[in-house]
Design a protein around this ligand. Structure first.
Ligand SMILES: *[C@@H]1O[C@H](CO)[C@@H](O)[C@H](O)[C@H]1NC(C)=O
Ligand SMILES: *[C@@H]1O[C@H](CO)[C@@H](O)[C@H](O)[C@H]1NC(C)=O
Ligand SMILES: *[C@@H]1O[C@H](CO)[C@@H](O)[C@H](O)[C@H]1NC(C)=O
Ligand SMILES: *[C@@H]1O[C@H](CO)[C@@H](O)[C@H](O)[C@H]1NC(C)=O
Length: 300
């Protein structure tokens, strides 16, 4: 089993942030649905069985249908504690992710961010015994949280800069309609792609990405799969990739108050499609690793 990231490993004083404005931070519904749907094809038999068993009845066996659940509940009082688990922002203009520096909630409490949450829910799911015995955790929730947070870690602006709240404070227009940069990366790029190239149909978009994964990206997919055994190290790698993409693509060639159109859309769409694909493959390898039979025997 991989080592966690106990807080004592982090040096330095508690970072007190002046910012306390809550931000809306998540891939939109389509993005999360796509990541979870793309993951399915890569599930091992054991992962598939475990997922089926753990899904709430309302999911009707479809993981993707409950992958947005954490975004729904974070806005209500019962789950407001989970709000800051959807992201981890870096200091402004820092294009890498450092757990000890960057993993904290908006009031500065360490260890409350998306990469810590992935570790948390991975650990909980490892207690799944494969039968009907009762776990001390709600593993249906753990599965939905984990699946969602692996998606979030692949949205570059969930690892954006703290000063603009991952792009939420950068107001601009998308083909003339007011929005902010974070939303452009959560939904707008995906929605515009669906409209322009996929007959407004998410399933078609997912199918086309799937075809790329088995065809032009097949070598890449093999390397994306490789990380998955050390959840901590792998998650931090995904987070670093995101900040780097945020610097290279999300924050580049924009002006607050400006209008983004084809030039931005058409060059960023490939980045988004690739991140959705990577998120899917990595979610599957995480679940495959969690539910690998030898792990369960070793723990028994
Ligand atoms: C870990 O999971 C528990 C149960 O859902 C939750 O109360 C706690 O806040 C989580 N912590 C992190 C860092 O994800
Ligand atoms: C686990 O969580 C799900 C989703 O919140 C809920 O519907 C279910 O009742 C919970 N199960 C238990 C045993 O608390
Ligand atoms: C997993 O990765 C973390 C972070 O890079 C590292 O500290 C830890 O030693 C690794 N665990 C194993 C078992 O390799
Ligand atoms: C930003 O704009 C410049 C000038 O038009 C262009 O050369 C460059 O490729 C653009 N960069 C990105 C990432 O779009």
């Amino acid at each position: 089993m991989e080592m966690g990231r106990p807080l004592v490993w982090c040096n330095g004083t508690l970072l007190l942030l002046l910012l306390s404005i809550p931000a809306v931070l998540c891939w939109g519904n389509e993005g999360h649905y796509a990541v979870c749907k793309l993951a399915e094809a890569y599930f091992s038999e054991d992962a598939l069985l475990a997922v089926r068993k753990l899904l709430p009845d309302s999911a009707e066996g479809n993981l993707a249908s409950v992958c947005t659940w954490p975004d729904v509940v974070k806005r209500g009082p019962a789950y407001s504690w989970s709000y800051d688990l959807h992201f981890a922002d870096t200091p402004d203009y820092k294009c890498n992710y450092e757990y000890c520096r960057d993993c904290h909630d908006s009031s500065g409490i360490k260890g409350r961010c998306v990469t810590a949450a992935i570790y948390n829910y991975t650990k909980q799911l490892r207690s799944y015994a494969g039968d009907d015995s009762v776990s001390k955790y709600n593993l249906s929730e753990a599965l939905m949280f984990l699946s969602h947070f692996v998606g979030d870690t692949h949205q570059p602006l969930h690892l954006g800069f703290v000063g603009d709240l991952g792009g939420n404070k950068i107001k601009l227009r998308w083909y003339g309609t007011e929005t902010n940069l974070h939303h452009v990366w959560d939904d707008k790029i995906i929605l515009s792609a669906m409209k322009r190239f996929y007959n407004s149909d998410l399933s078609t978009m997912i199918q086309v990405i799937q075809e790329k994964m088995t065809d032009v990206w097949s070598n890449d997919v093999a390397t994306w799969k490789q990380c998955g055994h050390n959840i901590t190290a792998c998650t931090e790698r995904y987070a670093s990739e995101s900040v780097s993409l945020a610097c290279k693509f999300a924050y580049t060639n924009i002006t607050a108050g400006g209008n983004l159109e084809d030039e931005y859309f058409l060059t960023r769409l490939p980045v988004v499609e690739r991140r959705l694909a990577q998120g899917g493959v990595r979610l599957a390898s995480t679940l495959n690793s969690i539910f690998a039979p030898h792990k369960r025997i070793a723990q028994a």
